[in-house]
Design a protein around this ligand. Structure first.
Ligand code: COA
Length: 372
């Protein structure tokens, strides 16, 4: 029998191989640094890079835009179903259900080949923003707005939510946040997706499971909970005392700490720059100062750096996006990374089936019902 290796939470365990991204020595997608991608690429270019392994040339990018535009349609029965979901259904749960329902209408659901899965991934990238925006509007008594051709995914997303032309600064902010959220190696939701398809289940099943895993506040759900912290603190004068009290109570401060990045999350460093710019344009500079104080106190007390969710919550707040959409926005982006991992897993599959260390009762004798 092989030596028993156990690490709670699989911390530090190499649980598979990937050529999609690495967090060693900074975050890179397919070899490109996240800083270069965030500064120079569009989300569509990044999604192509993740799915196809290379950056697209101009013609390939143009073709991708056309395919995404053609796919940005959601079957009417799904929109009808979403219209009738209880008002209390959270947007994350609606997206999870929608991803599952979209499978029923996908023309290639039975085809689990590499090429079909790339096409399914592109369709989900185009369809899920339409569902999210439609549900948001319907919940507030407004009819859905159809996506407009010629807009980028980031621009259409804002357009479908607000039925207004988004500003270039808002489009840029949304685009960069989608790029930074797109992929992150063997995080909990990606690993979930890989476990699911390692049974040879289909791509949509992997995505549905991944959305469920992302929802929790220790993972994607943290970006919504960050707003509780920011609103709880309220103003910069309160920040130091509020955080010291919270740390004394041993509260977990959402948006801080990371399983892998112990010295700093490179995505957070980059997004903070953009937050600063948008805060200036929207008159939220005090909020930035307040966040700085919080960062400083948590670093000096606990040596915990902020993660991506810390600046992204502020960025979305400056764009007037409703908090309950923050984690769904993460989904719309991460579909690209999840899909790349699902495809990579299936290209070289081995069923993921670890062992557990047994901590239960020793062998026991069967007791008939009357004797219990
Ligand atoms: N606020 C306060 N204390 C925190 C903390 C936080 N956000 N994150 C970690 N800690 C503390 C832990 O309680 C632990 O303290 P202890 O040694 O006194 O017990 C110590 O820092 C080490 O953390 P640990 O729990 O080992 O980290 P982890 O690798 O298991 O967890 C996270 C990583 C992300 C789950 C954790 O940092 C967290 O819950 N962060 C908040 C949620 C969040 O922002 N998630 C998004 C991640 S991208």
């Amino acid at each position: 029998m092989a030596e028993e290796i156990y690490s709670p939470g699989l911390e530090g365990v190499i649980a598979g191989e990937t050529a999609i991204s690495t967090v060693s020595g900074g975050l890179r997608y397919r070899g490109y640094s996240i800083e270069d991608l965030a500064r120079h690429a569009s989300f569509e270019e990044v999604a192509y890079l993740l799915l196809y392994g290379e950056l697209p040339n101009a013609e390939q990018l143009d073709e991708l835009h056309k395919r995404l535009q053609a796919a940005a349609q959601v079957p009417a029965p799904i929109i009808e179903a979403v219209r009738h979901f209880p008002a209390t259904a959270l947007p994350m749960d609606v997206l999870r259900s929608a991803a599952s329902m979209l499978a029923h209408w996908d023309p290639e659901i039975a085809d689990n080949s590499h090429a079909a899965n790339v096409r399914k991934a592109e369709r989900l990238l185009a369809q899920l923003p339409v569902v999210m925006a439609a549900r948001h509007r319907l919940k507030h008594g407004k009819e859905p707005v159809a996506p407009e051709s010629g807009r980028s995914l980031a621009s259409n997303l804002l357009y479908m939510l607000f039925r207004a032309d988004p500003s270039p600064a808002h489009i840029k902010a949304m685009d960069v946040s989608l790029i930074l959220y797109a992929e992150h190696e063997f995080n909990a939701s990606t690993f979930t997706a890989r476990v699911i398809v390692s049974t040879l289940a289909d791509l949509h099943s992997g995505i549905v499971g991944a959305i469920g895993a992302l929802k929790g506040p220790l993972h994607g759900g943290a970006n919504e909970k960050v707003m509780d912290v920011l609103r709880g603190v309220g103003k910069k004068e309160n920040a130091e005392k509020w955080i010291r009290d919270a740390l004394a109570r041993k509260d977990k401060i959402m948006g801080f700490g990371h399983r892998v990045y112990k010295d700093g999350d490179p995505r957070a460093v980059y997004l903070k720059e953009l937050c600063g710019q948008l805060a200036k344009e929207t008159g939220n500079e005090d909020f930035e100062v307040m966040s700085d104080v919080i960062e400083r106190v948590i670093w000096s007390e606990k040596k915990l750096p902020p993660n991506l969710d810390w600046p992204s919550a502020r960025l979305y707040d400056y764009m007037n996006l409703p908090v309950e959409l923050y984690t769904p926005l993460f989904v719309l982006s991460r579909v690209s990374g999840w899909s790349a991992h699902i495809i990579e897993q299936l290209d070289n599959n081995r069923l993921i089936r670890p062992r557990a260390r047994y901590t239960g009762e020793p062998p026991r004798k069967w007791k008939p019902l009357a004797a219990r």
